[in-house]
Design a protein around this ligand. Structure first.
Ligand code: ADP
Length: 406
């Protein structure tokens, strides 16, 4: 049996002529995109030649009738095999939800070969119980994006240094101990100083975006107790909230969501710098977008096999039109309130990139004019796993400190 054929003949539908069917087959057999059609249970019914080519299948290895998961195994950008809930393809197929152009690497057979692909799931509906998976080799696309990223990265790196120097000199000019200027000049220099700070932040964010996009910054995973870690990071904002006349509190809830300030111990496997940057962005935004008299509340709790962190504020909130875009690069909600507040529109994009690199998810719930809650959910590890990983980490550190001496 050819691997390119469906296992059952085409149902004879009076509306579809044989000619149309053969033209459709001709199209499927000649395109460069891989197409796999499964039945409702995910058993492969059809696979086109492009899919077979990308998966390195030969005629002796017919996947027809097999579970698509044994052939379509994916790895994340970070080189981690996506299994279970982490795998957007498996999730979409299991829940009959469409998936739009997810990027990952196809694990080709049982080899070390990886093929970067963009993968889409279509659920046709209309009484059909079939599911259609299409995927595309994106090697060339990534190379082109890589060249673009390289340019942005070099340009931001080069521009950051003179901008830092401008900022430094402006600070000196504004400091009465190092310079004397009249009130009008001070006003101009204050504006120039704010603009140069904004530019510096933009270059730093751009540099981080390019490094995260092309995988130059990868998480260094360590075990951590999440409640105390997040508390430490959030409490550092206490003075800033206080000066902004915003009341701040930290609490933990039990798994069922009840009981404020119940001390809980929840373990995660994370990267400290990533978590610090994520919290800086979320807390920085809560501070920026919450007016005087508001409240910010940070909460960490265990939620099944996840660690759930939320940053809630009673600030200006996000409109229904904006909410679906806030995690996109350069997106800033544009309204009379936000226009006065500085920002690059890259912070939440960076949060999303970092959270996903840690195997987590981030989302927001908000009510315009009332406030927002940003949620970060990360994989949770058990107390035993935490001990085991701590032990391994200490051993590694000891070996490093001893310089490998026997
Ligand atoms: P920015 O540098 O503009 O703050 P972000 O990527 O951090 O960029 O956020 C994108 C947009 O999302 C912001 O411009 C703002 O409109 C909205 N936003 C982010 N956090 C909040 C918040 N806590 N409350 C209200 N709006 C927010």
């Amino acid at each position: 049996m050819s691997i390119f054929k469906r296992s059952n003949p085409v149902p004879q539908n009076t509306n579809i002529t044989t000619n149309t069917v053969s033209l459709a087959e001709l199209a499927l057999n000649s395109i460069n995109d891989g197409v796999i059609i499964t039945d409702h249970a995910g058993l492969i019914q059809f696979i086109n030649p492009a899919a077979a080519r990308m998966m390195d299948l030969n005629a002796a290895m017919s996947p027809i009738g097999s579970d698509y998961r044994s052939f379509l195994r994916l790895e994340s950008k970070e080189g981690r095999e996506l299994s279970g809930n982490d795998n957007p393809l498996y999730n979409a197929m299991a829940t009959d939800q469409p998936l739009d152009a997810f990027r990952g690497s196809l694990i080709v057979g049982n080899t070390a070969k990886r093929l970067p692909i963009s993968i889409t799931v279509t659920i046709p509906g209309n009484f059909s119980t079939n599911k259609i998976i299409t995927f595309r080799n994106i090697t060339k696309e990534l190379e082109e994006e890589g060249a673009q990223t390289e340019f942005i990265s070099t340009a931001s790196h080069e521009m950051r240094t003179p901008v830092a120097s401008i900022e430094g000199y402006l600070s000196l000019a504004l400091n009465p101990q190092t310079a004397s200027i009249d009130a009008r000049a001070q006003g101009y220099l204050l504006a120039a100083h704010a603009a140069s700070k904004h530019l510096g932040k933009l270059f730093q964010d751009l540099l981080d975006v390019t490094k995260l996009d092309d995988g130059r910054i990868r998480p260094q995973f360590v075990p951590a107790e999440m409640v105390s870690l997040i508390r430490r990071m959030s409490d550092q904002y206490y003075a800033q909230f206080n000066n902004g006349k915003i009341s701040y509190s930290f609490g933990t809830l039990q798994d069922d969501g009840s009981g404020v300030n119940v001390p809980q111990v929840v373990y995660g496997f994370i990267d400290y710098n990533f978590i610090q940057e994520i919290m800086n962005n979320l807390l920085g935004n809560a501070l920026k977008y919450t007016p005087k008299g508001g409240t910010v509340w940070v909460n960490v709790r265990g939620d099944g096999d996840r660690v759930l962190i939320n940053v809630t504020d009673t600030g200006m909130g996000i409109s229904a039109d904006d909410i679906q875009h806030v995690f996109q690069k350069f997106y800033r909600a544009d309204n009379s309130d936000t226009r006065e507040i500085g920002g690059t529109g890259l912070g939440l994009y960076l949060v999303k990139q970092r959270v996903e690199a840690l195997g987590g998810k981030v989302w927001v719930e908000s009510s315009f004019g009332e406030g927002s809650t940003f949620y970060v959910s990360l994989p949770r590890i058990t107390a035993e796993e935490y001990q085991r990983r701590m032990f391994a980490l200490r051993n590694q550190q000891n070996q490093f400190n001893n310089g490998g001496q026997k």
